[in-house]
Write a protein that binds this ligand. Structure first.
Ligand SMILES: Nc1ncnc2c1ncn2[C@@H]1O[C@H](COP(=O)(O)OP(=O)(O)O)[C@@H](O)[C@H]1O
Ligand SMILES: [Mg+2]
Length: 154
C-alpha cells in the first residue's frame, strides 16, 4: 500500500510538503494547503487570496512549462513558516526558464481585457505583484524551483 505520507508530510515543525500529480486541477490542493497553513499562522483573508493566486500560477507553470504536461512527472510544493516569514517553494522536473523572468515585459492588461492581446503571459506578472519576494529559476539536481515569500506584519 502506498502510504499517504508520501504525498503530504510534515517535514519538521515549520514545514509541510505536498507532492502533486502533474495534472491541471491538482494545483487546488496546494492552494488549499497553503491557505490553511497561512490562516493558522495569522495571515489576513486578503493576503491569503494573494497567496492562493500566486501558488496556483506557480503550480500551473510547473505542470505546463516545467514538466511539459507529462503525467509521469510531479510537482513538489514545500511550505514553511518561521519568524514571521511564510515561504512556498514549487519544484518541477524541468530545466527552468530560458528567458530571465526579470527581462519579461509587463503585460498590457488593458489590451488583454479588450482581447487585443493573448490572455497568456500573466502568471509571472501576477506572482511578482502578489508576493513580497520571489526567486525564479532556482536550478538544482532535482529540477527547477520558484520560491515565493510573504511576510507577516503587524
Ligand atoms: N516552471 C517553468 N519552467 C520553465 N519555463 C517556465 C516556467 N514557468 C514559466 N516559464 C516560462 O515563462 C513564460 C511566462 O509564464 P507566465 O507568465 O505564467 O505565462 P504563460 O504561462 O501564460 O505562458 C512561460 O510561457 C514559460 O516560457
Ligand atoms: Mg503561466
Amino acid at each position: 500500500m502506498i502510504s499517504e505520507s508520501k504525498f503530504i508530510r510534515m517535514v519538521d515543525e515549520h514545514t509541510i510538503e505536498v507532492s502533486l500529480p502533474n495534472q491541471m486541477g491538482y494545483e487546488r490542493i496546494a492552494m488549499a494547503c497553503s491557505a490553511s497553513f497561512a490562516k493558522i499562522v495569522g495571515f489576513l483573508p486578503e493576503r491569503i487570496e494573494d497567496l492562493k493566486t500566486a501558488v496556483s500560477e506557480a503550480c500551473l507553470n510547473a505542470m505546463e512549462h516545467g514538466n511539459l504536461n507529462r503525467l509521469d512527472k510531479r510537482v513538489l510544493v514545500s511550505m514553511n513558516y518561521k519568524d514571521n516569514v511564510f515561504s512556498v517553494s514549487v519544484l518541477d522536473q524541468g530545466e527552468g526558464m530560458h528567458e530571465s523572468p526579470q527581462n519579461l515585459e509587463d503585460p498590457d492588461i488593458e489590451k488583454k481585457i479588450e482581447n487585443l492581446q493573448t490572455p497568456r503571459g500573466l502568471g509571472i506578472f501576477l506572482i511578482k505583484q502578489l508576493v513580497d519576494q520571489v526567486e525564479f529559476n532556482q536550478i538544482s539536481d532535482e529540477g527547477h524551483m520558484v520560491r515565493m515569500v510573504l511576510r507577516l506584519t503587524g
